[in-house]
Design a protein around this ligand. Structure first.
Ligand code: NIG
Ligand code: FE
Length: 397
């Protein structure tokens, strides 16, 4: 397919990579050529040609941190928090993540699938062509497997690539009360089995005072290493546990949240090439006041990504563009950083180097927008500005 007379934001070479009157040639699932329309190689005859009349084209968006598969909702908890209860208090009283665990265990695989599919459709409609989905609301082998199978089915049912992350170490399930170390042993056993079933692309944990200790997190990461799986971490969300430095020591793809990240964590992430994933939806919804150290991350040259963290408890958000907007207004990113954060750097947070820019050889994942300049992606909010969404060369009907 040949897409002509586009304003390309290739995001190549660290900037916008703007090409006015650009052209994009794809074959199958791959970009064959991207550049100025005037330099289009002679004799390239495409089966189908689109004249975009100057419309903006960017790489497909990448949502690199979601908990999309779960039962129920936590709207009542939202009301409790508005009346003064804290996220930690609700979690310690057995609500929070565990209330979603109950609802998820009670739901059928089909019900989980239908609910998650509707959410994935919202993201896709907005231009998301790659989506990470974590488990972590099942917390038994069977229920974690069910959630990961649902995640895989989403990727088979929609033109969106799904990367699955195993988050067995999300919360301590009630049947293991007082036996957290034993539970971590189970999490590690299940990991090997789920990996053998092809259900896991990466491993995550929640290292926090209301979840698991650094020592327990280390055991999960050791098991991941044995399984040959890359790791990432919910780190320094509510307090500084030294999680980021621990994850970086395992070559983590990303550390996510990071409101309480300190200088040691930043240095370790820099040295390991770990991506910092900012989650402004959770920052906002939990009414956190401590911001992640954006200036220090920037000064250290750490790649910054932005994701929805979609989940029922701390970020019931289904707009990645709104998150990128909030990464600017609430956390201090500039529009270029925010757009790179939901494309090229988000791909990197998933260990994917075949997408995130519009350059030769990349996957043909891109979006044609009813917008002029790419900074408008993070300026407008609440609109549906997509004109075409193309995933692996296939145009979304
Ligand atoms: O990323 N921090 C841990 N996990 C989720 C929240 C999960 C929940 O509250 O259900 C998060 O914010
Ligand atoms: Fe999360």
């Amino acid at each position: 397919m040949l897409w002509r007379h586009a304003t390309l934001a290739t995001l190549a070479d660290g900037g916008w990579g703007l090409i006015e009157d650009g052209a994009l040639l794809t074959r199958g699932a791959t970009v064959l050529w991207a550049g100025s329309d005037a330099e289009l190689p002679a004799g390239c005859d495409a089966a189908k040609e689109h004249d975009l009349g100057g419309a903006l084209v960017t790489p497909g968006l990448v949502d690199c941190h979601t908990h999309l598969v779960y039962g129920g909702d936590r709207a009542a908890e939202f009301e409790q928090r508005l009346q003064g209860a804290s996220y930690e208090e609700i979690a310690r009283a057995g609500g929070g993540i565990l209330s979603t665990v109950h609802a998820t265990r009670a739901a059928s695989e089909d019900a989980l699938f239908e609910a998650a599919l509707a959410r994935a459709r919202c993201l896709l409609r907005e231009g998301v062509t790659t989506l990470e989905i974590k488990s972590g609301y099942g917390l038994t082998l069977a229920a974690e497997a069910r959630c990961l199978r649902v995640a895989r089915r989403i990727g088979e049912s929609l033109p969106i690539s799904v990367r699955t992350t195993y988050l067995g170490a999300h919360a301590l399930p009630p049947e293991y009360t007082g036996r957290a170390d034993e539970y971590i042993g189970a999490v590690c056993d299940w990991m090997h089995r789920l990996r053998d079933e092809g259900l896991i692309d990466a491993v995550d944990a929640f290292c926090e005072s209301i979840a698991f200790t650094p020592a327990q997190t280390r055991r999960v990461f050791d098991a991941a290493q044995v399984s040959g799986l890359p790791v990432k971490l919910h780190a320094e969300q509510l307090s500084d546990q030294g999680g980021a430095a621990l994850a970086a020591a395992y070559g983590a793809l990303s550390c996510d949240h990071l409101e309480y990240l300190g200088a040691d964590g930043i240095e370790a992430m820099r040295a390991a090439g770990t991506v910092a994933v900012l989650l402004p939806g959770a920052y906002y919804f939990l009414r956190e006041t401590r911001r992640p150290p954006v200036e220090a991350l920037r000064a250290a040259g750490i790649p910054i990504a932005v994701a929805t963290d979609h989940n029922p408890g701390s970020s019931p958000a289904l707009s990645l563009r709104l998150m990128a907007h909030m990464a600017c207004t609430l956390l201090g990113l500039n529009p270029l950083e925010a757009v790179r954060g939901i494309t090229v750097n988000a791909a990197r947070a998933l260990g994917l180097s075949d997408r995130g820019t519009l350059t030769r050889g990349q996957r043909a994942d891109f979006v044609v927008w009813k917008l002029g300049h790419p900074r408008e992606l993070v300026y407008w909010f609440g609109d549906h500005a997509t004109q075409h969404v193309v995933s692996a060369g296939q145009e979304l009907a």
